[in-house]
Design a protein around this ligand. Structure first.
Ligand code: DP6
Length: 322
C-alpha cells in the first residue's frame, strides 16, 4: 500500500438541541436525537498517512506529540473496515483562536474520520462517514455536514447518523461566542452525561421533552420563526444543565461570569433584540442571533468582558478534503 497522505478539514458544531447521554457507550449511540449548527470560524485540519515503516501510531496536535491511545482506538476501527494493520501518522491542527477555548472533539473526529478513511483506501459516503466519526465522539457525526444538522439517534451502528437540514435562505442565524474560561473542563462531557444518565431522577423527562423540542425547532426553522428557534434552543440548554444539577454528585459548568453574561443577553432581549444563549460542557456562552444584530450584541459583551473574549461565527461548510 502506498503511503499517501490525505488532509481533511472539519468545522466545529454547536448543538441547539443537545445530545446528553448514551444508550451504548462502546458504539456511542445517544439516548436522544440532537440538532446543531456547524460554524465557519472554528475548524480542525488533520493529515493521516498509513506507513508500513511505523511501529506504532503517531499523533501530533498543534505541533506537539500527544498520547495516541484514543486516536489509535479510532484508527483501529478504520483499519478493521479497510482490512489493514498498518500504523499511521496523524498530524492535527486546531484553527481556533488560542484564547477561545472552543476547540472541540467534534471537528477533531470528523476531520480524522474523513482523512483516515481516505488514507486507508476507503471511499465512504457521507452517511458512512458520519457513522464513523460518531465512534470517535458523538457530536463529531454532525460535523460531517455544514449548516443545520440533525443527528438521528437510531438503535444500532447502522441507524445512528447525522444529515443536513435545509436553512431557509433569509434565516441568517449567527453565533456570538463569549469565552469565559479556557481552563480544562471540570468534568468531561463523557463523564458528565454518564453520571446524569445513571443518577438524575429527571432523566426520563429530559428524553421525552427533548423529542418535543426537536420537533418544534424543526417546525420553527421551516416557518423561519427565529424567536421560537432561539427560545427552544435556550430552554433545551437550560434543561440539560438542570440535569447536571440534579445528578449525584451534582455538578455545574456555570461560572459567576456565565450568569452575568446570561443576564446581559436577557436584558438585550427585553429591549427588543432577538438573542438567546446556549452552553455546552463548559462555562462559555454562545449567543444565537440574527446577522443584523451581531454588532450590538458584540458591543455589549465586549464592554463587560473585553473584546478579545468575543468571537463571531456564521454557518460553516461540511467536512472536506483539502
Ligand atoms: C454538551 O460529543 O463531546 O456538547 O460522545 O462522549 O465524545 P462524547 O461526547 P461529546 O458531547 C457533546 C455534548 C454537548 C452537546 C452536544 O454537542 O450535542
Amino acid at each position: 500500500m502506498n503511503a499517501t497522505t490525505y488532509t481533511a478539514r472539519a468545522h466545529t458544531n454547536i448543538a441547539l438541541i443537545k445530545y446528553w447521554g448514551k444508550k451504548n457507550e462502546e458504539l456511542i449511540l445517544p439516548m436522544n436525537s440532537s440538532l446543531s449548527l456547524t460554524l465557519d470560524r472554528f475548524y480542525t485540519e488533520t493529515s493521516v498517512t498509513f506507513d508500513e515503516r511505523l511501529k506504532e501510531d503517531l499523533f501530533l496536535l498543534d505541533n506537539s506529540k500527544k498520547n495516541s491511545i484514543k486516536v489509535s482506538k479510532f484508527l483501529d476501527i478504520v483499519r478493521q473496515k479497510a482490512a489493514i494493520s498498518i500504523k499511521a501518522k496523524v498530524v492535527s491542527q486546531n484553527h481556533v483562536p488560542s484564547t477561545a477555548g472552543l476547540a472541540s472533539s467534534a471537528s477533531a473526529y470528523a476531520a480524522l474520520a474523513l482523512a483516515a478513511s481516505k488514507a486507508a483506501g476507503l471511499d465512504l459516503n457521507k452517511k458512512e462517514l458520519s457513522r464513523l466519526a460518531r465512534r470517535g465522539s458523538g457530536s463529531a457525526c454532525r460535523s460531517i455536514y455544514g449548516g443545520l444538522v440533525e443527528w438521528q439517534e437510531g438503535n444500532d451502528d447502522q441507524t445512528s447518523f447525522a444529515y443536513p437540514i435545509k436553512i431557509p435562505t433569509d434565516f441568517e442565524v449567527t453565533m456570538v461566542a463569549l469565552v469565559i474560561s479556557t481552563d480544562y473542563k471540570k468534568i468531561s462531557s463523557r463523564a458528565g452525561m454518564k453520571r446524569v444518565v445513571e443518577t438524575s431522577p429527571y432523566y426520563s423527562a429530559w428524553i421525552q421533552n427533548t423529542a418535543e423540542d426537536l420537533n418544534n425547532i424543526k417546525q420553527a426553522i421551516l416557518e423561519r420563526d427565529f424567536e421560537t428557534f432561539g427560545e427552544i434552543s435556550e430552554e433545551n440548554a437550560m434543561k440539560m444543565h438542570a440535569l447536571n444539577m440534579s445528578a449525584h454528585p451534582h455538578f455545574s459548568y456555570f461560572e459567576p461570569d456565565t450568569i452575568k453574561a446570561m443576564q446581559i443577553v436577557e436584558k438585550l432581549r427585553s429591549q427588543g433584540i432577538s438573542c438567546y444563549y446556549t452552553l455546552d460542557a463548559g462555562p462559555n456562552l454562545k449567543v444565537i442571533c440574527l446577522k443584523k444584530d451581531v454588532q450590538v450584541i458584540t458591543d455589549f459583551l465586549s464592554d463587560s468582558f473585553g473584546q478579545e473574549k468575543v468571537f463571531v461565527a456564521g454557518p460553516g461548510p461540511a467536512a472536506h478534503l483539502i
